[in-house]
Write a protein that binds this ligand. Structure first.
Ligand code: G16
Length: 543
């Protein structure tokens, strides 16, 4: 069938952020908007003629309709095949795995991650390359450039594809293959971890709660935990993916996963709690009365990963994003392996993983993962924790206490100011930038600034340079405050303030992080003029 060429105009503001393009769902549903962006992706990656793509998303509102459009446009642009998760569902790590396993030319992942879903909420789309990872900046720049000049897109007119039935069909000469979204991923997990040991843990009465937050990991967690590992049925809660995630934020942190937190801090708490986000790449880990910060989780996992079969030979290196605490660096040092500090965004780990320089990566934003895929992976982190718990026989609080006793504790917290006026947020950052040279020596909150800079990164593999990746202020005595504007918000600007302090005195390791960090918090406010510039008295979210 001859494709229809639709005339359109360049659409302003389709610049991908930290993780693809995220906008209000209504924006994506606007005339030509999704189509423009899809055509820009196809053009930006050099066309899709003869190519095979993986397509799937987190099941949020508009997921299924957007996939129909993408398929019709892929056919019109002469793609050879699209591999689609049944029902249009694929968790982000499962999509990454499928891209790699089937040797495809990449994939389109539909998700706005942890942001809420629904007609008035958020939607997102990103392209991942043949290595399974988010496109690097060179590619996203090309995609963006196309959005600013595009005047037409191609689509075929055809009946809707039945996304619910496994098997292959033809769409105007392009093969559409609907696959089970869970099976390949579950097999991969089984190949990495000691399922016998974890199964035995459950058989011996170990209790766990996995909160899927009505998001994509429900079917994955049920298959892996309840079917393959024989955890008691009901271990997975909120396990049915819903287009609006049940009205909540599918964001696995103590604020949005408060149902799980209440249970884990209650009198009948299970032994282990975990949650994942909208598209299944983030994770939250919590023991009985013991929340594990993502930075600590990365450090503990890196320290003990050798207890899982896939990592028994040790790690080649560890990477963390700059705002993530330095806890993992000390693990790398103790193991005598390389440690890398990258800008925020999983895409920056891709080259290091491809080059074999690192095995495990992690971010303060609840992402941990390894070289098994090229995305962070929520269930992977949960299973590695379970593997470690099974092999050590220790509890989460014991493992944390051991870790801090050996390495010291990086007290850590992130304060978010959401939907701040963009000019005010940019003004705050610019003011810090303008004053970088004069900050050293200044006192605030009882602390003295030792040094300050704006983080930039030179990729050790391809040499690419990324500037303006966040402002860092280091204090005498080892504290740090980092300021960055979020790249994933859809409304105004979100100011993130990352606060960290290393404590090594053994009698000071069990404090509340907000108390331990109080001087850094007050210094950060004073130096960046947060209250006066944002007009906010307190952060919207503290994690
Ligand atoms: C995305 C990226 C992460 C990154 C996070 C930062 O997460 O995949 O690598 O850490 O954004 O978000 P922000 O720019 O808002 O601080 P996700 O889970 O939203 O895809």
């Amino acid at each position: 069938m001859t494709p229809t060429v639709i005339q359109t105009q360049p659409i302003d503001g389709q610049k991908p952020g930290t993780s693809g393009l995220r906008k209000k769902t209504r924006v994506f549903m606007g005339e030509h908007y999704l189509e423009n962006y899809v055509q820009a992706i196809f053009d930006g990656i050099g066309g899709v003629e003869g190519k095979t793509l993986v397509v799937g998303g987190d099941g949020r509102y508009f997921n299924d309709r957007a996939i129909q459009v993408i398929l019709r446009m892929a056919a019109a642009n002469l793609a050879q095949r699209c591999i689609v998760g049944a029902g249009g569902i694929l968790s982000t790590p499962a999509a990454s795995h499928l891209i790699r396993k089937r040797g495809t030319d990449g994939g389109l992942i539909l998700s706005a991650s942890h942001n809420p879903g629904g007609p008035e909420e958020d939607f997102g789309l990103k392209y991942n390359g043949p290595n399974g990872g988010p496109a690097n900046e060179g590619v996203t720049d090309k995609i963006y450039a196309r959005t600013t000049e595009l005047t037409e897109y191609k689509v075929v007119e055809a009946a809707e594809i039945d996304l619910g039935t496994l098997g292959e069909s033809d769409l105007s000469g392009m093969a559409v293959e609907i696959v089970d979204p869970v099976n390949d991923y579950a097999e991969l997990m089984e190949s990495l971890f000691d399922f016998a040991a974890i199964g035995e843990l459950f058989a011996n009465g170990f209790r766990m709660r996995f909160d899927a937050m009505h998001a994509v990991t429900g079917p994955y967690a049920t298959e892996i935990l309840e079917n393959r590992l024989d955890a008691p049925s009901g271990t997975v809660s909120n396990g049915t993916p819903l287009p609006d995630f049940g009205g909540g934020h599918p964001d696995p942190n103590p604020i949005w996963a408060n149902e799980l937190m209440d249970e884990m801090y209650g009198s009948d708490a299970p032994d282990f709690g975990a949650a994942s986000d909208g598209d299944g790449d983030r994770n939250m880990i919590v023991g009985k009365g013991a929340y594990v910060s993502p930075s600590d989780s990365l450090a503990v996992l890196a320290d003990l990963a050798h207890l899982a079969p896939a990592y028994a030979e040790g790690l080649s290196g560890i990477a963390r994003s700059m705002p993530t605490s330095a806890a993992a660096d000390r693990v790398a040092k103790a193991k005598g392996i390389e440690a890398f500090e990258t800008p925020t965004g999983w895409k920056f780990f891709g080259n290091l993983l491809d080059a074999g320089r690192v095995t495990i990566c992690g971010e303060e934003s609840a992402g941990t993962g390894s070289n098994h895929v090229r995305e962070k992976d929520g269930l992977w982190a949960v299973l590695l924790w379970l593997n470690i718990l099974a092999k050590t026989g220790k509890s989460v609080p014991d493992l944390l206490a051991d870790h801090w006793a050996r390495y010291g504790r990086n007290y850590y917290s992130r304060h978010d100011y959401e939907a701040v006026d963009s000019d005010a947020a940019n003004g705050l950052m610019q003011n810090l930038r303008d004053n970088l040279a004069t900050l050293p020596g200044q006192s605030a909150g009882g602390l003295t600034v030792e040094s300050a800079d704006e983080f930039a990164y030179d990729d050790p593999v391809d040499g690419s340079h990324s500037a303006a990746q966040g402002i860092r202020i280091f204090f005498e005595g080892g504290g740090r405050a980092v300021f960055r504007l979020s790249g994933t918000g859809t409304q105004g600007a979100t100011l993130r303030v990352y606060l960290e302090l290393l404590e090594t005195q053994t009698d000071q390791l069990q404090k509340d992080p907000q108390d331990a960090l109080a001087p850094i918090i007050s210094a950060a406010d004073a130096l960046a003029e947060i209250k006066s510039r944002t007009g906010r008295d307190a952060p919207d979210v503290i994690t």
